[in-house]
Design a protein around this ligand. Structure first.
Ligand SMILES: NC(=O)c1ccc[n+]([C@@H]2O[C@H](COP(=O)([O-])OP(=O)(O)OC[C@H]3O[C@@H](n4cnc5c(N)ncnc54)[C@H](OP(=O)(O)O)[C@@H]3O)[C@@H](O)[C@H]2O)c1
Length: 427
């Protein structure tokens, strides 16, 4: 069982590392809102980063936004830098869990995971990069298992809604669910959607290194997952979806990779029936298809060369039609944005044999929530940490590098998310 108690030498339940970042500041606010959900109603926490002054400003801002002046004096600050391994070790030794918001994770994430494993500290991150996530699984799974440490990646919008959504839909289906497609859509207010450019930088690195993912996957040497029931057909790269009434593309990101890793773990660990999964996202009408084609072609061409990557990094707003910017979204943009994941599942009703004939049962579920990157992500990350702290006995028996679904399949994470505005329902 995961070790979750604090002690005199390990005084904090959690430390938010990278608290001065765009996402980190909102994780600080979310932790401050949920302290009463910690063990025995009292979460002990601190914030960390490489600049004490910036961290003080984050506490000052959170104190003002939340009307909690005590945050200025009661929350401890730890100075730690990814470039200084001793400072990472010192940070890890003081806490049960590190919530890692230092990004891009593909640049700075590995030293944090290494320090966590070496110092027996659990780690939760919000990487959405399959190359980083699968690479960390390959490199640290057995060491983390030996130390009894849980390294749980992709605990933000990428990919808690998709991964837990698959498990939720499976659990609600009366019978054996074998195939599932999700359709993701976003809504925004008059000022549109916007994301901070560190995520754009993460995407550039991930695309530039995409061949390395195949080599990591070869090293795992996995057997194919057993095929149960009739095969789920793959859709095209662009199609009109009758489900969400708009043009649709496969999701770019880690949802598919994370769900597949979870399914493999559940098959191997609990002999579960695997669910085949297709992840799609709505892009709207013809105007957006033209913008996407322009962005996609420019991105695909420029990302191959270092001068091209520098151009993309320097001008995120130009190349993304304003979707990514160096300032990130305004509070108004965040307050008026939301996401919806519509899941369409099929399987075999109770008493039907999945090895015989076509799927005969259907289910539809919906997962909806607030702005995805800086409102839903902090909620998901903090609830993931609170689940580790409060439900250690329901985590997998051994430590290791886990997906959210692998770590939290037997916990009440979905109920916790429901209480915090990320709602799962059958429709
Ligand atoms: N899964 C999701 O849906 C989701 C949503 C949002 C964000 N993210 C990911 O979260 C990560 C952070 O994004 P962001 O927009 O918040 O980035 P950001 O604003 O650039 O923040 C980066 C943070 O990392 C810190 N940092 C950089 N180098 C460091 C070092 N050597 N030592 C210690 N700290 C260091 C920065 O500290 P300083 O302030 O001192 O520079 C800052 O606190 C990215 O990987 C992004 O893709 C994921």
């Amino acid at each position: 069982m995961a070790r979750v108690e604090t002690s005199s030498s390990r005084p904090y339940h959690l430390v938010i590392f990278g608290a001065s970042g765009f996402t980190g500041q909102f994780v600080v606010e979310e932790v401050a809102r949920t302290v009463s959900e910690g063990p025995n109603g009292n979460l002990k926490w601190a914030i960390a980063g490489r600049s004490k002054q910036k961290l003080e400003r984050v506490l000052e801002q959170a104190a003002g936004v939340l009307g909690k002046p005590e945050l200025r004096t009661e929350v401890d600050i730890i100075v730690a830098d990814v470039e200084e391994p001793d400072s990472l070790a010192a940070m890890c030794k003081q806490t049960v869990i590190v919530l890692n918001c230092v990004g891009p994770h593909s640049f700075y994430g590995e030293p944090v995971i290494k320090a966590c494993v070496e110092n027996k500290t659990h780690q939760i991150d919000i990487s959405g990069d399959p190359l980083f996530l699968e690479g960390m699984q390959l490199n640290y799974s057995s060491q983390a298992a030996d130390k009894g440490v849980y390294i749980i990646g992709s605990c933000g919008f990428d990919s808690i809604p998709a991964d837990m959504g698959v498990l939720y839909t499976r659990d609600q289906f009366k019978g054996t669910l074998t195939a599932l497609e999700s359709f993701l859509t976003f809504s925004s207010g008059p000022d549109g959607l916007c994301y901070h450019d560190t995520t754009w930088l993460s995407g550039i690195k991930s695309f530039a290194d995409s061949q390395k993912l195949q080599s990591i996957r070869r090293k795992f040497n996995h057997k194919p997952l057993p095929a149960v029931g009739s095969k789920l057909k793959r859709r095209g790269t662009l199609f009109y979806s009758s489900e969400i009434q708009q043009y649709t593309i496969p999701v770019i990101g880690c949802d598919h990779s994370v769900v597949k890793r979870t399914q493999r773990f559940l098959v191997e660990e609990y002999e579960a029936t695997p669910v085949q999964y297709g992840a799609y996202a709505g892009i709207g009408g013809i105007g957006n298809i033209i913008k996407l084609l322009f962005t996609g072609m420019m991105f695909w061409f420029l990302v191959k060369f270092s001068f091209g990557r520098n151009l993309l990094i320097k001008h995120p707003a130009f190349f993304s039609f304003g979707l990514f910017s160096k300032d990130g979204p305004t509070r108004k943009q965040m307050d008026t944005s939301s996401f919806q994941f519509a899941f369409y599942g099929e399987g075999y009703t109770e008493g039907e044999d999945p090895s015989q004939g076509k799927r005969n049962g259907k289910i539809r579920t919906l997962i909806q929530g607030p702005e995805c990157a800086y409102v839903a992500t902090p909620i998901a990350m903090v609830q993931a940490a609170l689940t580790v702290l409060n439900e250690a006995a329901a985590l997998p028996k051994k430590g290791g590098v886990y997906t959210p679904g692998g770590a939290f399949a037997k916990t009440t994470l979905v109920d916790r998310l429901n209480k915090h505005g990320i709602q799962f329902s059958v429709i």
